[in-house]
Structure formats: C-alpha cells, structure tokens
Design a protein around this ligand. Structure first.
Ligand code: SAH
Length: 209
C-alpha cells in the first residue's frame, strides 16, 4: 500500500520539478483508473493492467511526459492512447483543454464514462490517433502514450508554432526513447528524454495491427 504523498515524494526523487504537474498528480484519484483488484497499489510506481491487454503507465512516466509538455492554462492538447484516461485527466488538471484519442472503442467508452463521472472535462474520441486529428489541429501540445516505430511526421505537422510533441520512438528491438519535438520558427527541434517502454502505437502512422 502506497499513499499519494509517497507517490509525490517518489516523483520528486525521480526528477519531476514542475509544481503544477506534482499538484495535478496529487489531485487526480489514480485508484479510480485501475482495476478494482489493484486499487491498493494505485499509488505504487508501476504500470498496471487495464482492459484489452493495455496498461496504465507508471506514475513517474506520466509525470515526466506531462512535465515535458510544458502545459499552460488554456493550451489545446491532444492525448493519443486514452487507455484508462488517467494521463488525460492529469493534463486537464494542469489547465489544458484536452482531446484524447483511443483506437479501442471499448476503452474509449469506459474512459469517457469514468472521466464524466469524476467531473473531468476531457473529450474522448474513438479513432486511430497515429495520424493525429487533422480537423482539430493545430495543437499546443501532443502526448503519445504508445510507442511509435519512427517519428510520427503527421503529428509533428499538427503542432502550433512553439508547440511540443512528446512521443516514445523505437530505438532498438527492446525499447523506446522518449522524444520531445518542438516546433520553432517553422522547424522541428528534437531532444531525447531517456529510455522507456510502451505498448505499440497501432495504426496508419504506427505499427500494423
Ligand atoms: N495514457 C494511458 C495509457 C496508455 S496505454 C493511461 O493513462 O491510462 C496505450 C493506449 O494507446 C492503449 O489504450 C492503446 O489501445 C492505445 N493506442 C494504441 N495505438 C493507438 C492509436 N493509433 N490511436 C489511439 N490509441 C492507440
């Protein structure tokens, strides 16, 4: 059993510095996003299973991604791979207007119901997010919660000037590199944020299904 306060301490120890992100992580009830059997472990620093063989990422990874997005109040943010809806809820708690895309309709429906019940204002769209949401672009921030085989160019093109894309990109047979891309003066600047492990991004701009 691990408490919210212990989770926040582990996030600080893991290098998360942005107080707004830490406050958002403290505010979102993670136990509501995990399976009933895992509620006791909701604040442990590990990924947990959700439906359809997918996972809710470990709290430290969510915090690192959301911190890297540099969200400001009112930013329009796209979250790709809704899963449980947890990361979308953390992004919303940072003040962003969040649209979250999930390819598995059962997960999209469950997440929309859960977020609605918790009073979290996130729009969930059931679709292939690997190509982004061109009709709703441009975005201030785009987070991808699944591993892309290569830089997803379609997503980078949907960033506003100054916008940030955070995405795990395959770096070898056994893992991914968390990558941040910034759109600056019409060009893209990429940075490596460290190794990570995610389920695959499946779709037209990802891996074949
Ligand atoms: N961020 C989520 C966990 C993401 S797990 C959370 O907080 O719970 C990755 C999710 O990405 C899975 O639900 C998977 O179905 C979804 N996914 C994979 N490829 C996708 C695609 N092309 N478009 C949208 N969602 C996708």
């Amino acid at each position: 059993m691990s408490s919210v306060a212990e989770m926040i301490e582990r996030l600080r120890a893991g290098g998360v510095r942005d107080e707004r992100v830490l406050a958002a992580m403290a505010a979102v009830p993670r136990e509501e996003f995990v399976l009933p059997a895992d509620r006791e472990d909701a604040y442990a620093d590990r990924a947990l299973p959700i439906a359809d063989n997918q996972t809710i990422s470990q709290p430290l990874m969510v915090a690192i991604i959301v911190e890297a997005l540099e969200l400001r109040a009112g930013d329009v943010a796209l979250d790709i791979g809704t899963g449980s809806g947890y990361q979308a809820a953390v992004m919303a708690a940072c003040g962003a207007r969040v649209i979250s895309v999930e390819r598995i309709s059962e997960l999209a429906d469950q997440a929309a119901e859960r977020l609605g019940r918790l009073g979290v204002d996130v729009e969930v769209v059931g679709a292939d997010g690997s190509v982004g949401l061109p009709d709703r672009a441009p975005f201030d921030a785009i987070a991808v919660g699944a591993a892309a085989p290569r830089l997803p160019v379609a997503l980078a093109r949907q960033l506003r000037e100054g916008g940030r894309l955070v995405v795990p990109i395959r770096s070898g047979p056994e893992g991914e590199e968390l990558t941040r891309l910034r759109m600056r003066g019409g060009s893209w600047i990429t940075e490596n944020l460290g190794p990570c492990r995610f389920v695959p991004l499946i779709g037209a701009g990802g891996y074949p299904g």
